[in-house]
Design a protein. Sequence first.
Length: 402
Amino acid sequence: MTEILDRPNVAWTGAGVAVDPEMVAHATALVPLIREHAQRSSEDRRVVPEVVDAVEAAGLFKLLVPQRLGGMGANLRTMMECVAEVARGDGSTAWAVALLNVCSWFATTFSDEAQRDMYSTPDAKACGIFSPPLKSERVDGGYLVSGRWAYSSGSFAATWATLGIALDNGDPRALALIPSSAWTIEPTWFVAGMKGSGSDTIVITDHFVPDHRIQRYLDMAEGDFRTTHKADEQNSNMAFLPVAALVLVAAQVGLARHAMERTLANLPKKNVAYTCYTNARNSPTHQVGVAEAATRFDQAELLMQRACADIDGAAARGVHLDKLTRARVRMDTGVIAELVKDGLDRLMSANGASSFADANVLSRIWRDAEIAGRHALVMPDLGKEAYGQLLLGADEPFSLDV
């Protein structure tokens, strides 16, 4: 058990693991612009063009893409910090940025020919969904695919998509790299939170996907990517499923930061109705509530940092992250969401009923966190179950892939 707690085999500092402060500063600089347009992005159900263009210009859609393909070549920790800073501006924008980054990274693990197909244009970026389609038929040289892929966040800005398809032999699950010219977007994302993430449905009818644009899901889960650059690129060695899950809570961390920022700016001077306290800063109830929220947010940040260090550390050494740590990252992903939601609940109570007003940005932050924390890859109990199964040596098959 000491080995599990101490993680002596993981590099927490040094090359490949440290945050790039310059890249994070680019994200921080965009916060005022993102906040200015956050309400309109929610109303339009997609991030407004002014913000998309600014994010693109800052290189924040290609954080995990290697420099040979025109990307920034950042590590996971830097990407997570950038997305968290974007979320200080707006949760929906951060969610779209996170998904476009991670799906673009998926594409960089495909065959070299597929990478050349996608990154032949400077604006290349991918959205993606793992779910299989209605039709996936083997034909000469590839597959003929039709279907609907719901919750395709950021699809409004994507030029490609990494979409789940079903194969006809062995492991049936795979991801296919498909250009935006092959699909249409059906408006289906009408929800309480993350309204501007553009998580609509991609629709495809009889599109041919050549074999070089397909990767088997379980090969990816075991780090057996088709790219030939594993020996010379750190990110080509990152653990597929831990990364796919962890990126989904980067926005949560940023939402927590924004909520605390707003609370500390406004709550101290607020009157506490029906009590002897003229200001909330002097109320023990409010003091405890804010302190407990801050502690939960700190715990979430620390778990995120440890998970990034595990993933980046293994990738920097060119080794595949062990299964137990992969399961723990999956569990910690859900715990981060739990901690943020719990902390936000405490801040909402401390700020009072007015924090739920439509005009109050805390209301949007709270709704965004509630939606984000319910993604299938984030659900806490599933991750806890997987980690517990491995800790206890449960009989296979396990409940989910890690």
